[in-house]
Design a binder for this molecule. Structure first.
Ligand code: PEP
Ligand code: MG
Length: 328
């Protein structure tokens, strides 16, 4: 096992190109833009998910605009012009702030969470957006909004962004005009209008952790129902396909930043469905690069084509294992 781990480590600095020459972007999920995280810059194609809520959770007060600006600047400079997908505050659900009383809710995962909470606290939302836009001059900022469920959410987000930009303009504070605006795909309702979404935003990233929870009506934290939380179910694969097809048809970038992005069963299917960018935690980088360089995109494609026809999660898992074994 140790030997296997050592072999895998040597794959960290490989360029993720399949045996038939298709480049896949492999990006990193981060939480703080720490030195350790920034040190991984040479090995990745950027940041696929910067969970900005950690900045809020690890603090004793709401981080000020200046405090946030410094952190976002550090991330943008550290990744040297590669895309940095900064996700706005995703608090609520299981994530709370010690210094801010959030409403007690019967179903917090279905409640005032993430962008909904930001709409209810526009001051907090605008402070974060202002800090992010100010930092945008230091790199390649892609701004992403969590828990978007409808086109109404997208319209609201855009109008808040316009307000923030005009505030900056009136104060003559510079910001990049190339900031990309994107959404997380993690509520099934948004996938049913994916054609509209793909027109309205610059990019999207799929949050498979929440998507599975909301698609299957299974609390992702509840061990009593964990066997119902089936990330590789044919339903998941079909809905992932809808999201990927929608963005590919519009010629807009889509990635996956939930756990499945770094998962050795799911990643082959995702790539086969047309996913060109996978984002993951540090520990998955080498194993995923190993997977990519040892297989062809053709293998992944035929795998995905079969996977969408299956009935159960078990069949999907067996298909992936069998196909990869035969191909290597
Ligand atoms: C997800 O839901 O898949 C995701 C990436 O966001 P988080 O796990 O932070 O909710
Ligand atoms: Mg999520």
């Amino acid at each position: 096992h140790l030997e296997q781990q050592n072999i895998l480590k040597t794959y960290l600095d490989k360029t993720p190109i399949t045996k038939d020459g298709i480049k896949v972007d492999v990006t990193l999920n981060i939480g703080s833009a720490s030195k350790e995280e920034i040190a991984l810059e040479p090995y990745v194609d950027g940041i696929g998910l910067f969970r900005s809520e950690f900045l809020y959770m690890e603090n004793t007060h709401l981080p000020t605009e200046d405090e946030q600006y410094e952190v976002y600047k550090r991330a943008l400079e550290g990744f040297k012009g590669k895309p940095v997908i900064l996700r706005t505050l995703d608090i609520g659900g299981d994530k709370t702030l010690s210094y801010m009383a959030l409403p007690k809710e019967e179903n917090p995962f279905l409640g005032l969470r993430a962008v909904r909470l930001c709409f209810a606290h526009l001051d907090i939302f605008k402070t974060q957006l202002k800090a992010a836009y100010r930092a945008s001059v230091h790199g390649n900022l892609w701004l992403m909004f969590p828990m978007v469920g409808s086109m109404d959410d997208i319209h609201k987000i855009k109008s808040v962004i316009e307000e923030v930009k005009s505030d900056l303009d009136s104060q003559q504070i510079p910001y990049s005009k190339d900031v990309k605006i994107g959404v997380m795909i993690e509520i099934p309702s948004i996938i049913l209008v994916i054609d509209h979404v793909a027109k309205a935003v610059d990019f999207a990233s799929i949050g498979t952790n929440d998507l599975c929870q909301y698609l299957s009506a299974v609390d992702r934290m509840n061990p009593l129902v964990s066997s119902y939380y089936q990330s590789y179910s044919p339903s998941m694969i079909r809905i992932l396909k809808m999201a990927i097809d929608g963005f590919n048809a519009a010629g807009k970038p889509i990635s996956v930043c939930g756990e499945l992005g770094g998962d050795l069963i799911a990643a082959p299917i995702l790539m086969g469905l047309g996913m060109k960018k996978l984002s993951m935690s540090k520990s998955s980088l080498a194993p995923i690069k190993h997977l990519i360089v040892h297989h062809t995109m053709d293998t992944f494609k035929s795998l995905a084509q079969k996977a969408v026809t299956l009935e159960t999660e078990k069949e999907v898992i067996e298909l992936v294992q069998k196909t990869l074994q035969e191909a290597s």
